[in-house]
Each structure stands twice: as structure tokens, then as C-alpha cells.
Design a protein around this ligand. Structure first.
Ligand code: IPE
Ligand code: IPE
Ligand code: MG
Length: 251
């Protein structure tokens, strides 16, 4: 059992691809929606843990743009779960001073969900302990394309010039403009891919891929991911010696 006190460094931004709900349900002979329902319980558990640990930004990939292609009944069930999650968690977000944000093509969400989402974001906007950022109807490529479109428009109206466009300016047109890049990207259920998630921002994120299915990804599994990060050397292209100059010559 890991305790938060064992963490030497606390990542500023953790992003999680919450995958494996369907497989969890299938293993039990249950309909897929039961996996999603159990998955919501882990969302609550992991959000609480992240808040306690002191992580500043927690991004959860809850629904991709590609997920709209799933059977209509599953999409509806997921939207209903999102709606009830938002309603049921408002008090806890307020008492734990968590600010809710969302990123993605939010206009595609059903009207009720969109309204509840906007309302929750507004009501929690004054909170400053942690940002809970939900990726909803999200696509990394769409995010990059919309940034390029807005940059082009700003060049045309003269508010910026093409020469101003660098990585930093580009980042400021992404949905994540206010947050640091994720230190850690977690993917549950073992798939070795990003599935269109944070393509620009994850350039130097550490990856943690676990076979554990999302509905089994409890507080201890989350702690395990954070502990795994502790032993990593983030070199950002440099050499190990550059990062630890005092250990050159084996001293
Ligand atoms: C993740 O679980 C939830 C969403 C993508 C919305 P899945 O539903 O993708 O579960 P698997 O991958 O089929 O097991
Ligand atoms: C990624 O999971 C999206 C979310 C977790 C919301 P998917 O299950 O949609 O990804 P693929 O289809 O296996 O790549
Ligand atoms: Mg999946």
C-alpha cells in the first residue's frame, strides 16, 4: 500500500485515458453500460485522491470525437452518466475547491449536458485548489486544427503577424492554454496508443500504461502510477550527466 507521503515529487498535471469499461463488463457477462457505471465510481475515487495528493491539474479523457460513432444507445447512456456525474459532484467540487473545466467540441454535446456543464464550470470557477479538466467530444487533431484556424484569422485581422507564431504562441491557442503540459499520461487497459489524445501537449509526457481496466483503477492503482513516475529521469533530450552534474566521474 502506497501513501501520498511517499511521493518525492508531485506532478503538476496528470492526464488519464480512461479505457476498458466495455471489457470489464464483458468479462462479467454484463452490458457495456455497467462498465461505464462502475467507471464513474473510479472517476470519483481518483479525483478525490488527486485533490488530496495536491495535483494541480487532472485531465480525464472521458469521451472522444471518435466515440460519437458508437451505437446510439451507448452514446446516450454515456451522456446520461455524464449529466448525473456533474449534478451529483457539484457539492463536492465546491467543498473541495475544485474548478471544473472541459475541452473538446462541446457544441456537439446534448443541450441538457451542455447547459449543466456550463453551469458547473461557472459555479466552480472561483475554486483554486485543483482543476478537473474533462476531455469531452475531444480530438487532439481537431484541437490543433482549430488553433491553426484562429491563428490564421488573427494574422488576417492584424492582431498577430505570421512571424509571431512559435511553439509558445501556438500553445496559447490550444484548449490547455492555462495549464502546464501533462507530466504523466496514464492509459488503462493496456492499449499501446494515444487515440488522438493531447497530441501537442504530450510531446514530453511520461507514459504509464497498465493492463488494469478503468473500473478496477482505484486509488492504489493511481498511487502506483505516481510512484512509477518517481523513478523516471526526464531528460528532455539532454544527457543524464547534464541533469546531475555532480555525479560526473562517479562522485
Ligand atoms: C472507455 O471504455 C470509455 C469510453 C471510451 C467512453 P471503453 O468503452 O472504450 O471500453 P473498452 O475499450 O471497449 O473495453
Ligand atoms: C479512448 O478510448 C477514448 C477515451 C478513453 C474516452 P477508445 O476506447 O475510444 O480508444 P480506441 O478506439 O481503442 O483507440
Ligand atoms: Mg476502449
Amino acid at each position: 500500500m502506497y501513501a501520498p507521503s511517499e511521493l518525492k515529487t508531485i506532478p503538476s498535471h496528470v492526464a488519464i485515458i480512461m479505457d476498458g469499461n466495455g471489457r470489464w463488463a464483458r468479462k462479467r457477462g454484463l452490458p457495456r453500460v455497467m462498465g461505464h457505471r462502475e467507471g464513474v465510481k473510479r472517476v470519483r475515487e481518483v479525483v478525490r485522491a488527486a485533490r488530496e495528493i495536491g495535483i494541480r491539474v487532472l485531465t480525464l479523457y472521458a469521451f472522444s470525437q471518435e466515440n460519437w460513432r458508437r451505437p446510439q444507445a451507448e452514446v446516450s447512456a454515456l451522456m446520461d452518466l455524464l449529466q448525473s456525474y456533474l449534478v451529483s459532484q457539484l457539492d463536492e467540487m465546491l467543498s473541495n475547491r475544485i474548478s471544473l473545466r472541459a475541452m473538446g467540441d462541446l457544441a456537439r454535446l446534448p443541450e441538457t449536458v451542455g447547459n449543466t456543464l456550463r453551469d458547473t464550470i461557472e459555479r466552480t470557477s472561483g475554486n483554486s485548489e485543483m482543476i478537473l479538466n474533462l476531455a469531452l467530444s475531444y480530438s487532439g487533431r481537431h484541437e490543433i486544427a482549430q488553433a491553426a484556424k484562429r491563428i490564421a484569422a488573427d494574422c488576417l485581422d492584424g492582431s498577430i503577424s505570421p512571424g509571431d507564431v512559435d511553439e509558445e504562441l501556438f500553445s496559447s491557442y490550444l484548449f490547455t492554454a492555462d495549464y502546464p503540459d501533462p507530466d504523466l499520461v496514464v492509459r488503462t487497459s493496456g492499449e499501446l496508443r494515444l487515440s488522438n489524445f493531447m497530441l501537442f501537449q504530450a510531446a514530453y509526457s511520461e507514459l504509464y500504461i497498465t493492463p488494469v481496466l478503468w473500473p478496477d483503477f482505484n486509488r492504489q492503482e493511481f498511487m502506483k502510477a505516481l510512484m512509477d513516475l518517481q523513478g523516471r529521469e526526464r531528460r528532455f533530450g539532454m544527457t543524464s550527466e547534464q541533469l546531475k552534474p555532480c555525479t560526473v566521474n562517479g562522485s
